[in-house]
Ligand binder design. Structure first.
Ligand SMILES: C[S@@+](CC[C@H](N)C(=O)[O-])C[C@H]1O[C@@H](n2cnc3c(N)ncnc32)[C@H](O)[C@@H]1O
Length: 451
């Protein structure tokens, strides 16, 4: 990979799990009634597609210092019951608003560490979620698991309520890298969880790996990739480490040991080559899958979708987020719950949806959203350049000239296609279409670097 291109395009940029991205949402969030009106309208228009549910379970017993997610560190497990009660109350408020039992296509338990919760509590949570709904026969139920605290009881309890997919947070297998990010899990633990899950009947196992962590080098990466290949996960999320110390001060503890931008990109190239040599195919941004996995099949069929949970084969337009910090996406509007647990619980005790932030999309947002999504999922997008509402897209093309000159994309009237060499820079391509980013360049840093 050309170093000059990395330097040129390694600028702060969003991951585009939504458009507009969170920092550019309206200053005033939608009221509960506006939000629910958007939820209902999208639900009614797409009832046949079904809905997706994301549940944020924020607790972890210890802080992994690299982590950019919303977490609450505690060893007090008495927090589990009131939290699950609140999530089920929140779900009931949505069921009341929908007025019928919705078809569920997808449930994802994210965190934090969902396996912080006991197996029995997780089962109660999922039973409570599915009681008032209809679970689609092809529904995809998945959870994030920490290899060091995922027990056979967790795997069994979730299998019994329909879970067949599991995502293991690995990040890196090297003991020195693990130590510096305050994380500990051995290869033996990962192997044991992976094998138990497969023996039980889980049919899609994902590993989260990160490149760009402190103390990583070509040798540690080769070792991590070899351990990963030995266990043959069906999918691999190969994330670029997001360094956002203004949001996550613990990341400062290892700042001096971070690889340079160039070394980081070399780690990505090494990972990509090694995974492709082992039969994995790159999907959109950050993801690899075996050809037998549903994610790869949907990428091939052009039906890949992306939402706050990342890439998914399910084309649902309504995503309901439950739990502290969870984001809901009604396609025409977004809403986010407070990040802290206390105001989240308080609001539900009072019987109110705990909305803290949100955004109702304008007509222009809706046009741009569709094309940014197409680029992230299919690496190309097309439009009619003569329609007045598409003028904003025609104008965005001027900002793509440099990427075109560098042979990272090709474009013409009404189309843009990301070339294979441009795939690592797909975020930069989307940024050209991000009118809100261009209209209001923020003074303070908002995003991690794109590379
Ligand atoms: C919320 S975490 C859940 C992991 C699970 N709690 C565990 O400990 O195994 C989801 C994933 O986000 C990714 N992630 C978290 N912080 C990140 C960062 N700063 N940069 C890149 N990826 C990050 C990690 O790969 C992580 O596995």
């Amino acid at each position: 990979m050309n170093t000059h291109l990395i330097q040129k395009y390694n600028v702060p940029g969003p991951r585009y799990t939504s458009y507009p991205t969170v920092p550019y949402w309206d200053e005033t969030p939608p009221t509960e009634s506006t939000w629910l009106a958007n939820v209902r309208a999208t639900y009614e228009a797409t009832r046949h597609q079904g809905i997706s549910l994301y549940i944020h379970l924020p607790y972890c017993e210890r802080l992994c210092t690299y982590c950019g997610c919303t977490t609450r560190i505690t060893v007090n497990h008495a927090v589990e019951t009131p939290y699950i009660d609140a999530v089920l109350t929140e779900w009931q408020l949505y069921l009341d608003a929908l007025g019928e039992a919705p078809l569920i296509k997808e449930i994802h338990l994210g965190g934090g560490t969902p396996t912080f919760f006991s197996a029995a509590h997780l089962q109660r949570l999922v039973r409570g979620l599915t009681r008032g709904a209809r679970l689609s026969p092809d529904a995809d139920l998945s959870f994030e698991a920490h290899p060091a605290n995922t027990t056979d009881a967790h795997l069994q309890a979730l299998y019994d309520v329909g879970f067949r997919r599991l995502s293991l947070g690995i990040q890196d297998f090297d003991p020195n890298v693990q130590r510096i990010i305050n994380r500990r899990q051995s290869f033996a633990e990962v192997q044991a969880v992976t094998e138990s899950a497969r023996n039980l009947g889980y049919n899609s196992i994902n590993f989260d790996l990160i490149y760009g962590l402190p103390l990583q080098n070509a040798h540690t990466m080769a070792q991590t990739l070899a351990y990963t290949a030995a266990l043959q996960p069906d999918r691999i999320a190969f994330y670029s480490y997001a360094h956002v110390p203004w949001l996550k001060p613990a990341q400062r503890s290892f700042e001096a040991f971070l690889p340079s931008g160039e070394a980081k990109r070399a780690l990505y190239e090494q990972g990509k080559q090694s995974l492709e040599a082992r039969g994995y195919r790159e999907i959109g941004m950050d993801h690899f899958a075996l050809p037998t996995d549903a994610l790869h099949r949907s990428a091939q069929a052009g039906t890949l979708h992306r939402n706050f949970m990342g890439y998914t084969p399910h084309q649902t337009q309504l995503l309901i987020g439950l739990g502290a910090s969870a984001i809901g996406d009604a396609w025409t509007a977004f809403a986010q719950n407070p990040k802290a647990v206390e105001p989240y619980l308080e609001s539900l005790r009072a019987g109110r949806l705990p909305l803290q932030k949100g955004h109702v999309l304008t007509d222009e947002d809706l046009v741009l959203r569709q094309h940014i999504l197409a680029l992230m999922c299919r690496l190309e997008t097309r439009w009619n350049p003569l329609l007045p509402e598409n003028e904003v897209l025609n104008q965005a093309q001027e900002r793509l000239q440099e990427l075109e000159d560098d042979r990272l994309i090709e474009q013409g009237p009404g189309y843009v296609r990301v070339l294979p060499e441009g795939q690592p820079f797909v975020r930069n391509v989307c940024m050209a279409f991000d009118a809100r980013l261009w209209n209001r360049r923020a003074a303070s840093p908002l995003f991690s670097q794109t590379v």
